[in-house]
Design a protein around this ligand. Structure first.
Ligand code: CA
Length: 246
């Protein structure tokens, strides 16, 4: 508990979406014991209403929900740039984990899990989110050009404009781009990116996750005007973000 108690200033609201009453109550009780505010929701519709009404800082989302599935709730949250999400699943299959990640979830816990471990992960994710929202090191805005096309990153709003139009990035894709623009022309290895962007020791986040996110980010950074690739692959070494010379 020492790691949790060391940052008592972290005040945050966590929405717990789980139809199993015993699990829902166990998770809420643990989060409250950790000094967080916990809001229970027993189904997806209640969850979406609570997100709109209460703007929680984090959502713990069970995938196995009645009527509206956890995946559908996740899809709707991501479509509106919602809060970070930790998924719960009793299935534990790799395809669910990958799909959840691809849809923008930040973390994943397989049942059965300890509510204490979940609380630690929630705390860590909240700290990372709050850290990311502090743009002190880079200023609020970054801009460069890529093959003559203007790229603007607005850190406080987590918004990216390319050639004057906003592009839709998942939270993790935004964090990956933010990492690249903070290290322009610098080679970053996959283990470095896992450390800097995912900050995760979880066994299921591997280098293939980095490869896939880089692939999708590259595609999103292309326009009708330019199909140039601004993230170079250095085989066996890593990746390098190469904006045009300023
Ligand atoms: Ca369930």
């Amino acid at each position: 508990m020492a790691a949790l108690d060391s940052q008592p200033e972290l005040k945050a609201t966590v929405l717990v979406v789980e139809d199993d009453e015993a699990i829902r109550k166990g998770v809420c009780d643990r989060l409250i014991a950790e000094g967080l505010e916990a809001i229970p929701a027993a189904d997806g519709h209640a969850a979406l209403a609570a997100v709109t009404r209460l703007a929680p800082d984090l959502v713990v989302l069970d995938l196995g929900l009645p009527s509206l599935s956890g995946f559908e709730v996740l899809r709707r949250l991501q479509a509106t740039g919602g809060p970070p999400v930790i998924l719960l699943s009793g299935l534990g299959s790799e395809s669910d984990r990958v799909l959840g990640l691809e849809m923008g979830a930040d973390d994943y816990v397989t049942k059965p899990f300890s509510s204490r471990e979940l609380a630690v992960r929630a705390r860590n994710l909240l700290r990372r989110t709050m850290f990311r929202e502090n743009p002190a090191e880079v200023g609020d805005h970054y801009n460069c050009s890529i093959d003559g096309v203007q790229l603007d990153v607005d850190f406080p709003r987590r918004c990216v404009m390319l050639d004057g139009g906003e592009i839709a990035l998942t939270p993790r894709e935004f964090d990956l781009l933010a990492c690249f623009v903070r290290h322009p022309r610098q080679v970053l290895s996959k283990p470095q990116l896992l450390e800097l962007v995912w900050e995760a020791q979880e066994g299921w986040v591997g280098e293939a996750t980095v490869t896939e996110h880089v692939r999708r980010l590259r595609l999103k950074l292309q326009t009708e005007r330019s199909k140039a690739n601004c993230i170079d692959t250095l085989w066996g070494v890593g990746y390098r973000f190469e904006p045009d010379p300023s």
